[in-house]
Design a binder for this molecule. Structure first.
Ligand code: NIG
Ligand code: FE
Length: 414
């Protein structure tokens, strides 16, 4: 039992009814200045203003002085590829020399390069390396995470990745959601016959994933040169029939009509959205599908940023996530994502914090546990350094403004 006292600002306090914030609401971040917060059994028990702290109610609680420090809920990262076999720094150098992401992929680099590296790695090694990365991210303030497969691209290797995610789930102090992304790229053994690979995914991979209960969601890289809208639809439907809701990579390089198909198939989220048509904005309106922006990917690949101001203008919610992976985003640091959102996409700090907390939780169906300071939610908390305004978090980019991270009410030590 812990009692945090004298908190400069307790940010993102919500009633349990608020699960997502949209449009103009995103610029509102409810908070209490000079606050206290009580934690019991790993959950948020109560909070309020210091002048209203009930006397004698919290006897026996460990008292933690937060003078000058702020508290906000941990980040919720709803899109990562955290399980991978190795880095791809050689491709980074090739890009510096002038090759594009697409050119590197076309000559066997990119996702296929990661798939080759992953086939040779044992499940155990993959697990231990991924666990180290996961712990590093928790120390940076991530309190809930989604992890995709998609570097296997054979039945065996996809299952290996998903089993690693399942093992991470079983020991991780933070909630993890697993996404099956067999349709990340067409593997070399199916080169020139995407359709046959799609059939393999639908008829062999999905049933195997389901029989071991290895995934919560289904994903497809819906993009020119990867999977068409029609193929994406068939894979989504096969997933949905088996209880896997879609979370789809779409509109990263080209707008090919994928968003409409995702919305029609009740996708939980559409992720990337660097390139948007006018129709894409309107089809998301009134749907249950959440737009997810991944600004570190835009930064690293020097591609356009998701037009979040337009999304917000259309009254839509925006979620921010890292896309952590060795090819397009070799960083899982949500603090940097929040900075980029403000600096490069013109989000206000309040909008960016909403996008990275409450809306992140919604984009992985964890609203009842994460994303806000709400009684009964997990006490997954970021305690900041001494700061005068929440804006200092994105403003001092590159420097995590974190004093400590508490997960389920316990101080997290990586
Ligand atoms: O989200 N776009 C597809 N997948 C990843 C990149 C994967 C890779 O390059 O290894 C992404 O950016
Ligand atoms: Fe991704």
């Amino acid at each position: 039992m812990k009692l945090f006292l004298g908190i400069e600002k307790l940010a993102q306090i919500r009633n349990s009814e608020v699960e997502i914030v949209c449009g103009g609401e995103m610029n509102d971040l409810p908070s209490i200045d000079n606050a206290w917060l009580a934690v019991r059994d790993g959950l948020i028990e109560a909070f309020g203003a210091m002048e209203e702290l009930p006397q004698n109610r919290f006897q026996g609680y460990e008292k933690i002085d937060c003078l000058g420090k702020m508290i906000l809920p941990t980040w919720v990262d709803s899109h990562t590829h955290l399980v991978f076999a190795d880095w791809r720094a050689e491709e980074f150098e090739d890009r510096i020399k002038g090759l594009s992401y697409e050119e590197i992929a076309n000559r066997g680099g990119g996702i296929l390069n990661s798939a080759k590296k992953l086939q040779d790695k044992s499940e155990d090694e993959l697990f231990h390396e991924s666990l180290k990365r996961l712990n590093d991210l928790i120390a940076l303030g991530t309190g809930g995470i989604e992890i995709k497969s998609g570097y296997g691209l054979t039945l065996e290797s996809e299952l290996k990745m998903l089993r690693v995610i399942k093992r991470l789930k079983s020991i991780s102090p933070i909630p993890i959601k697993a996404t099956f992304l067999g349709a990340h790229a067409v593997p070399a053994s199916f080169a020139g016959d995407t359709e046959r690979y799609v059939q393999h995914i639908i008829h062999d991979m999905i049933p195997a994933v389901i029989s071991e209960n290895l995934a919560d969601y289904i994903d497809v890289f819906c993009e020119k040169g990867y999977f068409s809208v029609d193929q994406t639809v068939r894979i989504m439907k096969a997933g949905v029939e088996n209880g896997l809701r879609p979370k789809i990579h779409v509109n990263q390089f080209n707008a090919i009509g994928g968003i409409k198909a995702c919305v029609e198939n009740k996708a939980l989220s559409v992720d990337h959205l660097e390139v948007m048509s006018e129709e894409d904005f309107t089809v998301i309106k009134g749907s249950q599908t959440i737009p997810v922006a991944l600004p570190s990917c835009s930064f690293f690949l020097s591609i356009p940023y998701t037009p979040v101001r337009e999304l917000i203008k259309h009254g839509l919610p925006v979620t921010l996530a890292t896309d952590y992976n060795p090819g397009s985003t070799p960083s899982g640091n949500m603090n940097f994502v929040v900075s980029l959102a403000c600096i490069k996409m013109n989000m206000t700090p309040d909008e960016a914090i909403n996008a990275a907390t409450i809306n992140g939780a919604a984009a992985m169906e964890l609203s009842s546990e994460l994303g806000s300071i709400t009684i009964g939610k997990r006490a997954n908390l970021i305690i900041t350094n001494k700061i005068k305004s929440l804006a200092e978090i994105p403003y001092q980019f590159g420097t995590p403004m974190i004093d400590s991270v508490f997960i389920n009410g316990e101080k997290f030590i990586a």
